[in-house]
Ligand binder design. Structure first.
Ligand code: UTP
Length: 297
């Protein structure tokens, strides 16, 4: 029997070193693409896929996230009095239902696997989704919905995958594929950040996972992997053989918003989707691309 995916874990306790000083007091996932924080895009994608319970694993800046997904009474009252209905709708769009969202602390940033392990009591023995919100994906339907539809047919562990250039395999978890129909690839193994020469394929895991709770049995051991961190991919790899493992090639455009280039690209791409903003952004880009301008003079 394939059990439904009702819960999602959002690890947001990373150090975010590539975005310092912005991430000194603020989680990277609160950085905005145009006017919405990365974490809200992820929560909206999860809601679209039918997720009912949200678990955030936090480090710094927990309160900004708690506030973001809560009612903002004073703000809502003032906007209401001033008849700012559009703004009020924007504020309401980021509110989750009472009891629908939980927070736990990672305490020490020991790696993604450790962050997920911290959510074990909330997941409580059910299949669950994991979102890395800095992987922002424009997809219709959203990527988790695509993956849930595939999972409801095949079950097991399903991860979102993308082909990367071979020279980049040492940045990702890479699948060792046995069967591939172009959309779903069944794998017999998984290697974290392999050297290009040793990578079993170029199919890399991106920030979406549907996992069975058995993965916690392996995370429990707190074994360190690549980079001295407790890796989620190592725990998933250990379940292969007991639990079928698939990579799902999603349709959509992915932006690696954990890097400055990806973050800026996402801002431009998302702004270009907005009527009324598109032309202004084109003008700005033309202005700065004609000749490199020094803005401080
Ligand atoms: P990254 O590898 O992007 O690391 O984490 P990072 O610390 O966020 O950013 P940089 O590389 O220092 O700039 C991938 C995901 O795992 C979470 C992060 O919040 C991010 O969503 N994470 C990572 C944790 O929650 N805890 C950890 O100990 C490590």
């Amino acid at each position: 029997m394939i059990r439904p995916v009702r819960k999602a874990v959002f690890p947001v306790a990373g150090l975010g070193t590539r975005f310092l000083p912005a991430t000194k007091a603020l989680p990277k996932e609160m950085l905005t693409i145009v006017d919405k924080p990365l974490i809200q895009y992820a929560v909206e994608e999860a809601l679209e896929a039918g997720i009912e319970e949200f678990v955030f694993v936090t480090g710094r800046g927990k309160t900004t996230m708690e506030d973001h997904f809560d009612h903002a009474f004073e703000l809502e009252q003032v906007l209401g009095e001033r008849g700012k209905d559009g703004a009020l709708r924007q504020v309401a769009s980021a509110t989750l239902k009472p009891g629908q969202i939980s927070f736990t602390r990672q305490q020490k940033p020991l790696g993604l696997g450790h962050a997920i392990w911290c959510a074990r009591n909330f997941v409580a023995g059910e299949p669950f989704a994991v979102f890395l919100a800095d992987d922002l994906i424009l997809g219709k339907p959203g990527v988790l919905k695509q993956m849930v539809d595939a999972y409801n047919v095949v079950g097991g562990n399903v991860v979102g995958v993308e082909d990367v250039p071979r020279e980049m395999t040492n940045r990702y978890g890479i699948l060792d594929v046995v069967e591939d129909d172009g959309r779903l690839a069944r794998a017999r193994g998984l290697v974290e950040k392999p050297d290009p020469a040793e990578a079993p394929s170029t199919l890399s895991i991106i920030g979406r996972y549907i996992l069975q709770p058995e993965v916690f049995e392996h995370l429990e051991r707190h074994e360190k992997g690549a980079g001295g961190e407790i890796q989620l991919t190592d725990a998933i790899a250990r379940t292969i053989g007991d639990i079928p493992f698939y990579g799902y090639r999603f349709s959509g455009d992915r932006f690696d918003c954990g890097s400055r280039r990806g973050f800026i690209e996402a801002n431009i791409a998302f702004a270009m989707q907005i009527d009324g903003l598109r032309d202004q952004v084109c003008d700005v880009l033309k202005k700065y691309s004609r000749t490199p301008r020094k803005i401080y003079e």
